[in-house]
Design a binder for this molecule. Sequence first.
Ligand code: NOJ
Length: 540
Amino acid sequence: MLCVNLISAFSLLWVGGWCLDLKFPPGFQFGAATSAYQVEGAWNVSDKGENIWDSMLHSNPSLISDGMNGDVSCDSYHQWRTDVQMAHNLGLHFYRFSVSWSRILPTGFPNRISEDGAKYYNKLIDGLLKKGIEPVVTLYHFDLPQSIQTLGGWTNPLIADWFADYARIVFRLYADRVKTWITINEPLIMCDHIYNLGNVVPMVHEEELGPFLCNKNVLLAHAKAWRIYDEDFKPQYNGKLSIANNPIWLDPASEKDEELTELAREFGAGRYSDPIYSAEGGWPPSIEKIMAEYSKKQGYPYSRLPSFTDEEKKLIQGTYDFYSLNHYTARLVREAHKNETPGPWFVAGSKELNAVLEIDPTWAYTDLSYLAVAPKGIRRQIKWLKDRYNNVSILITENGFATRDPDLYDTGRINFIRDYLKEILLAIKEDGANVIGYTVWSLMDNFEWMFGYSLKFGLYSVDFKDPQRLREPRASAFFYSSVIKHHSLDIPHSSHQYHHLKRKNLIQDKTSATSRIRVNCELMLIYTLSLAYILVKTMH
Ligand code: NOJ
């Protein structure tokens, strides 16, 4: 009996991830990501048009904490061969990058296609394919043509057609070689975060209608692009498309906050996913109701969350081939206290839900304070998506760790990637989720939006003072390439490979990142068996 109990305790620890088969499923793919404005530079090369970052940062340089902009950045426009080589050295299966709308369409509209712009991505795509690396291409990653922003940007309903025009042109140019597409990156940032806070380019602060108009228009734009591909390109090229959503995982602060927390998940993840992935289509009904009631209380004769016509609902529903998930962090949700005004959605709270979002003080911080480290959140987020959307296959299209320290010996990043990958393995092996791949943000340090070059996410460091923008692998690059090579978190002790990178007197890991999990597992087995043996012996 005792033995049986011990064995079950052991299995529980196994299930709890303390002891886990560290191999990734066959076919699981590893990648790394960047985006056009963050790495390309060459802001005015040839006939490229201005995007919102070009124009805003040229007229207001002090907006960025280090006074910089993306004019040159990593200079990937000229140095794409080095980027491809880095991806190759890492052993990546795919490289996710984005196409710059205003590089392809200098006016933002389809009246003129830039030959040089089109050539640039041809070279990059061909260069990757030559090395056996799959290009994963995002059509839109925060860099709206200024001409379209002038016309209201993502709050103008016509943007859905303008985006569809652009998407069709990009498909025409590259669909023969690109098989995985992301239409739009992180609409929760583009709509909810930016319009609620107004502190990120395009610096429009309008909390009432902005987030919701943008939300609806993004979904329509995505759906139109998906349908164009589905009808005119899929039959020939058989690629797959998704939109990259980036919900923060939400846990209740206490038992009594459970219902509110689920509502908050629907307000974030649900509002951007249900219309595409749910069996019913349309907004989450709970959110539709709350928004209608709240808007009425505010005196609006209609809901601030715009409704869908039946036709729009049908247009959007089912426009996916997989779920593209960008994931970084988590929050605890609690009801706001009396007289407490919740902070802005989607990092601090929601007035509409009367909910406050907090960081658990036990979670480790990164140098980007709102990205607290909470690896268990990714497993729970994956499980939530799996249960809600009929076991949809999930590609993790971003996950990464920020530091201010440019040091090459980045054990913090290694631990982060290892801990998140471990939770992803648990999601696959214990929860039965269909996760098909993982992407590190980022291949290299780059222009981190309002933080400029002060924050580093790179597996490779980039020297932004060097005219050549010298790239060097960090310890995390050696670690990640070893994980890819072994297709497992169980990798040989590898710290010697990057020991030479240790510049500072950092506390060194005694065991390699992943062998610790394996040692746990082996020790657990030995303890359990010895205990069982002793007990059986004493009973006789
Ligand atoms: C998500 C965004 O897609 C990317 O552009 C950004 O650099 C990272 N998060 C890190 O903040």
